[in-house]
Design a protein around this ligand. Structure first.
Ligand SMILES: Nc1nc2c(ncn2[C@@H]2O[C@H](COP(=O)(O)OP(=O)(O)OP(=O)(O)O)[C@@H](O)[C@H]2O)c(=O)[nH]1
Length: 377
């Protein structure tokens, strides 16, 4: 089995989508290349599934801003393609895209090495196709991976659901759920937990599903959720997301349920802010950055709701949804936000202190220090 490091921009020039591929990518202030975790230490998210199930498309759309229509021209993957996700820099990991025809009984497939450093395994099932073979492969894959590394998070993407009606979607999910549980029982692995997500690259569901996968690998998630809950309560905010700006993955949200529409609105807001700041906000000689410490934006919707965005650091933004009436107390909201930003920085400073260099846990995503040069208050 051969490996291939994907050269950034070699196969896709990043012109599709609403902002450039290299927008805001890079290291934190004062950090040199040598200080970031090396490729081998970065935790892995594996993308597996049958041929043409949509693995490469998912990776390209979520992390390389490829427009969904362009995925029609993607060629079949015939090698394991390793992609370093350091574009967002906040959460760093590698995605390994596997060829659909991979054979676990092939002696050259070093699955000990592959599964041992793996944080999450995403198995993609094409819901528009007959999925019986895929379920067989899923069972084979998760049992093999579990034997080597029981701490892997197993995620099943029931993919390409854009072509399916709502009833059929639900029915497929139920059926796949049932069959995989039966298969795992039969093979004596009923302790393996699988999470299911209905996804499509043609809407935001793929970003939402990926957000949930990445969140499971962030050990600070409970602390972040708690901070968002406190912020919401004290500022009369209805919903808030902490976004990794470039990928539009949300790395945390408060504990109220996420509804797709709110998430989509917040994603669209990020696109608008970045597009506008790209056109008007950045001087030529400066290194492009998605946001700076002054970035904020306010969008009033005609249903009496306000979307409010504030920069947390170079790579993270807080996007809140609240009633227009409650936004009258903007001073309080801004003050609470500064406290929130300060607390977030302290959460990650603590982690960095606890983690001596080179000892990042393989299954958790590496989180880089978020502190800005400027004082936050
Ligand atoms: N309708 C629909 N088509 C999709 C979706 N995702 C991917 N596709 C299409 O599925 C086809 C196969 O996608 P790929 O990403 O090449 O599949 P793959 O799993 O990487 O395939 P291999 O490299 O052969 O293993 C492409 O024509 C994509 O446009 C989706 O969400 N909906």
């Amino acid at each position: 089995m051969s490996y291939q490091d994907e050269e950034e921009g070699a196969t896709f020039d990043g012109t599709a989508g609403s902002f450039p591929k290299d927008f805001g990518y890079g290291l934190f202030d004062g950090e040199s290349e040598g200080t970031s975790s090396s490729s081998d230490q970065k935790p892995r998210i594996l993308l597996m599934g049958l041929r043409r199930s949509g693995k490469s498309s998912i990776q390209k759309v979520v992390f390389h801003k490829m427009s969904p229509n362009e995925t029609l021209f993607l060629e079949s993957t015939n090698k394991i393609v390793k992609d370093d996700i350091n574009n967002s820099s906040f959460v760093q990991f590698q995605i390994w895209d596997f060829p659909g025809q991979i054979d676990f009984f092939d002696a050259s497939f070093d699955y000990d090495m592959i599964f041992s450093g793996c944080g999450a395994l995403i198995f993609v099932i094409d819901a528009q196709d007959d999925y019986i073979d895929a379920l067989h492969k899923l069972n084979l894959t998760v049992t093999k991976a579990y034997k080597i590394n029981p701490s892997i998070k197993f995620e099943v993407f029931i993919h390409k659901v854009d072509g399916l009606g709502d009833d059929f979607k639900m029915e497929s999910q139920r059926d796949i759920h049932q069959r995989t549980a039966d298969d795992l029982n039969d093979s004596g692995y009923d302790q393996i937990h699988l999470s299911f997500h209905l996804t499509s690259i043609y809407d935001h569901s793929i970003f939402e599903a990926f957000s949930k996968v990445v969140q499971k690998l962030i050990p600070q998630l409970p602390a972040l959720e708690n901070l968002l809950n406190i912020l919401n309560t004290n500022s009369a905010i209805e919903k808030s997301f902490l976004f990794d700006v470039v990928s539009k993955i949300y790395i945390a949200t408060d504990s109220t349920p996420v509804d797709m529409q709110s998430y989509e609105l917040c994603c669209d807001m990020i696109d608008v802010v970045i597009d506008v700041s790209w056109i008007y906000g950045i001087k030529e000689e400066q290194e492009p950055a998605a946001l700076d410490d002054q970035s904020s934006s306010l969008i009033k919707l005609n249903n009496g709701t306000v979307l409010y965005l504030r920069e947390v650091n170079k790579f993270l933004a807080l996007v809140c949804i609240l009633r227009e009436d409650n936004f009258e107390q903007k001073g309080i909201i801004d003050y609470n936000f500064l406290c929130f930003r300060d607390a977030i920085q302290r959460v990650f400073e603590l982690r960095n202190k606890n983690n001596s260099p080179g000892t990042s846990t393989a299954s958790n995503v590496a989180v880089t220090n978020t502190s800005n040069d400027e004082s936050s208050s």
